[in-house]
Ligand binder design. Structure first.
Ligand code: OGA
Ligand code: NI
Length: 346
């Protein structure tokens, strides 16, 4: 990515602290069926992590390791190509999926390049061409010619992580004392997408971030990270930034905005960011598990009551999604839409 121009430079208060506290306590949870533990016990372990951290790792998750390895190799092969090859599938206002190397988080440019594709092709979202516009847009994926087998492998992998995402969604639902399938209906016509992140070595890692601090939007994220490290999360208890240590073959799971709203802040969507370094490139592959455009997101009736009144106003997922994604293309003058904007004032 060459030199670090000013668009990458974080405000002093958001610059990374490169000597990081290792995350004591973000649990690694074993998802394998074990006669020693009931499904409810597993769910309650997950529920505790969702409350305390909003982050955990999972092992024995069922995603075939060989397939994951192939995906990681393909990601590297894709990004290793010359820029002119990658820009053949460049994202733009018409095609929001594909390759992109100038994403901004909170209006500062990220030190990374990405490739995105939707799980459902096409995916429907609100067009929002003017404030009263109720029409929908059909978004389609863009696929590169190279590396060979890229599309087939991506689609095969996406199905496997989606299975894991549903498994976790059901366990989270059980952990709340709700039927396992309580949330499943929200994912008909899902707007989920899969992303490849490539963080090249950065000449001044103390000034920039691979991804600036943010919360993920949807229900949950299933992230594969390589062994380099750099992911940091803000601890719910005291706001301290701590590192998520790479655990071989594990997935990092974190909750998004929608889950925090559904649970009325019982479960947490933690702010996180990616620190880069001057020596090693890093790859990660998040799967963002997002509801359908029609879903109305609000604290669940089963969770709220007189003592625990709803902390958020209802909002439409599709509009939230479409508005958030608008800011990806250029630095905007106004703050991007956040769930805090739907908080009921106290
Ligand atoms: C993201 C993200 C973390 C990572 O892409 O939203 O938080 O480790 N990525 O790459
Ligand atoms: Ni994220």
């Amino acid at each position: 990515m060459g030199a670090l121009d000013t668009t990458f430079i974080q405000e002093a208060e958001h610059r990374p602290n490169l000597k990081m506290v290792e995350a004591e306590g973000v649990p690694s949870i074993d998802l394998s069926d074990s006669p020693a533990r009931t499904r409810e016990e597993l769910a309650s372990e997950i529920g505790d992590a969702c409350k305390k951290w909003g982050f955990f790792q999972v092992i024995n998750h069922g995603v075939p390791l060989g397939l994951r390895k192939r995906i990681e190799e393909l990601a590297k092969e894709f990004f290793d190509q010359p820029l002119e090859e990658k820009t053949k599938v460049k994202r733009d206002e018409v095609h929001p999926m594909g390759f992109h190397d100038s994403e901004h988080t909170k209006n500062v440019r990220d030190w990374k390049e990405v490739f995105d594709f939707f799980l459902q092709d096409p995916t429907l979202i609100p067009a929002l061409s003017h404030p009263e516009d109720k029409s929908l847009r059909k978004l389609t994926n863009q696929w590169p010619q190279n590396p060979p087998q890229f599309r087939e492998t991506c689609e095969e992998y996406a199905k496997e992580v989606e299975k894991l995402a549903f498994k976790l969604l059901e366990l989270i639902s059980l952990s709340l004392g709700l039927p396992a399938d309580k949330f499943n209906g929200y994912f008909k016509e899902q707007t989920s997408f899969l992303r490849f992140n490539h963080y090249p070595p950065c000449p001044q890692p103390e000034l920039a971030l691979g991804v600036g601090r943010h919360k993920d939007g949807g229900a949950l994220t299933v992230l594969s990270q390589d062994s380099v490290g750099g992911l940091q999360i803000q601890r719910r208890s005291d706001g301290e930034w701590i590192s998520i240590r790479p655990v071989p073959d594990a997935y990092v799971i974190n909750l998004g905005n929608a889950m925090q709203v559904w649970t009325n802040d019982l479960y947490w969507s933690a702010e996180h960011r990616v620190v880069v370094n001057s020596e090693k490139e890093r790859f990660s592959v998040p799967f963002f598990f997002f509801p359908g455009h029609h879903v109305s997101v609000k604290p669940l009736d089963e969770i709220t009551n007189e003592e625990n009144p709803p902390k958020y106003k209802e909002f439409n997922w599709g509009v939230f999604f479409a508005m958030r994604n608008r800011s990806d293309y250029k630095k905007q003058e106004v703050e991007n839409i956040q769930i805090e904007h739907f908080k009921v004032s106290e």
